[in-house]
Design a binder for this molecule. Sequence first.
Ligand code: ADP
Ligand code: MG
Length: 234
Amino acid sequence: IEQTAFQNDKLAMLGKIAAAIAHEIRNPLTSIRGFIQLLSPYLKEIGKQDYARIILSEIDRANDIIYEFLNSSKPSAPMKQTVLVGLLIKETILLLESEAHMKGCELHCEIFDPYVTIGIDVKQIKQVLLNIMKNAMEAIEETGDGRRGRIDISARREGRYALISIRDNGKGMERTTLNRLFDPFFTTKDDGTGLGLSVSYRIINNHGGIIHVDSVPNEGTEFMIYLPYTDIKE
Ligand code: ADP
Ligand code: MG
């Protein structure tokens, strides 16, 4: 799946606008949030406590969108560091372990070539892995059939690349979704931003890597991230 120049321009422009106004919007949001919390007991008195909850979650959503915009403005110049792929993956999994556990989702990790190193911006690539793993958990939740969720993360060397695979047994995707997967703002979720994958795509692209997706509706999805391999001697 190719991301067009147009999509990249759109993201770059969004990033600039976001950086300029995020600050201006965040401050009022923070005060709105505070005042709603103060009003919450009164809303409860008149049986409208739901309103406070909705307002708060919508404010949080607006904040998430701003945060993701800001992120999308950054990936222009990766700050590269040489790291072991296995370590990178294990550190990332640690960040999600408790959330996965709460959702009844198993995380399995298999590192086939433990000494594969890559030159990456660790923060950015962790963000990509987190975006994809979060989507995987959400895809499992969304099946709603109480299936035992399972996410398999593996890494191995594949030609010039280190291949990181993230596979879930969630709801999978139809062709129509697959076609638009990396479009900024494309989401099928009520509370989605549709930015996670477009930003991830750009980050991987900036690293000289490739993202590949395989998906079967109602069976699951596999994201394959190829990042250029660097030899440990380099
Ligand atoms: P968001 O998560 O905010 O919706 P993303 O860019 O992260 O935005 O993902 C875009 C869309 O791609 C999601 O709304 C979902 O429809 C689809 N998607 C992404 N990952 C998966 C997955 N592992 N399984 C099924 N659908 C997925
Ligand atoms: Mg997402």
